[in-house]
Design a protein around this ligand. Structure first.
Ligand code: HEC
Length: 118
């Protein structure tokens, strides 16, 4: 009887620990992933910044891509990649990017503020 009660208790404790572990397991990598994505976005963006201005200034026919909603950015990039948007340069640039890379870039450029903005 006592042994049985002990076992039940042990199982419950293990259950709680399991739930806590699962919770931490979700929460910690989530934060780490966000930080990694930001760093990854910055790394990938160096290619884009050869043409696009980080300040959000349009120059020489190259539009600003700073401060866009992420969904719009992803839509534009996937449209170039799918050749649904017309521009030879951007089609070539987008053709090398995976969905993950486009998402990281969208997050990075969305967080840059246009010069003199917000
Ligand atoms: C060689 C120069 C060059 C590079 C490098 C380049 N772009 Fe572009 N990008 C352009 C030009 C020019 C346009 C305007 C195309 C047009 O008029 O349709 C453009 C357009 C865009 C647009 C759409 C802008 C709008 O207003 O609709 C997005 C989004 C974009 N680029 C993102 C990127 C990203 C992300 C990268 C890096 C992975 C990148 N570009 C690299 C030249 C470049």
């Amino acid at each position: 009887m006592t042994a049985r009660a002990g076992m039940t208790q042990g199982r419950t404790a293990a259950g709680i620990a399991g739930v806590l572990l699962a919770f931490c397991g979700l929460a910690i990598p989530g934060a780490a992933r966000a930080a990694a994505d930001a760093a990854y976005g910055a790394y990938l963006a160096s290619e884009c910044l050869a043409c696009h201005q980080a300040s959000g200034t349009a120059s020489g026919g190259v539009p600003s891509i700073v401060g866009w909603p992420e969904a719009d950015f992803v839509a534009a990039m996937t449209a170039y990649r799918a050749k649904r948007r017309d521009n030879p340069v951007m089609r070539t640039v987008a053709s090398t990017l995976s969905d993950e890379e486009i998402a990281a870039l969208a997050g990075y450029f969305a967080r840059l503020s246009p010069a003199g903005g917000r």
